[in-house]
Design a protein around this ligand. Structure first.
Ligand code: FES
Length: 106
């Protein structure tokens, strides 16, 4: 279990306790976070769970794989740290993680 801060496009921060092993899309849905839709249920097939990992955390969340990169090609206004939140799995190393949510998903 660790805390993740979800930051909306207009700066509102929501801190959520995320169990280790859960993905950040599902944690957002479970906690009523606006800005993550998760239409495909975490199958890396919709890109409606786009998030931007805070610069300070980009190295710890790692790089997207080829399938995720293909899906990220289709998001509105991608950033260098863009990820699909369903593909980030909570772990002890990510305690305190901060991710930003794109305006296009609100
Ligand atoms: Fe569909 Fe993440 S929930 S790609």
């Amino acid at each position: 279990m660790g805390q993740v801060t979800y930051v909306s496009f207009d700066g509102e921060e929501t801190v959520v306790d995320v169990p280790n092993g859960d993905n950040l899309m599902q944690a957002a849905i479970d906690n009523g976070i606006s800005g993550i839709l998760g239409d495909c249920g975490g199958g890396c097939a919709c890109a409606t769970c786009h998030c931007i990992v805070d610069d300070a955390w980009a190295a710890k969340t790692g790089e997207p794989d080829e399938i995720e990169l293909d899906m990220l090609d289709g998001v509105v206004d991608p950033k260098p740290n863009s990820r699909l939140s369903c593909q980030i799995t909570m772990s002890d190393e990510l305690e305190g993680l901060v991710i930003h949510l794109p305006e296009s998903q609100f």
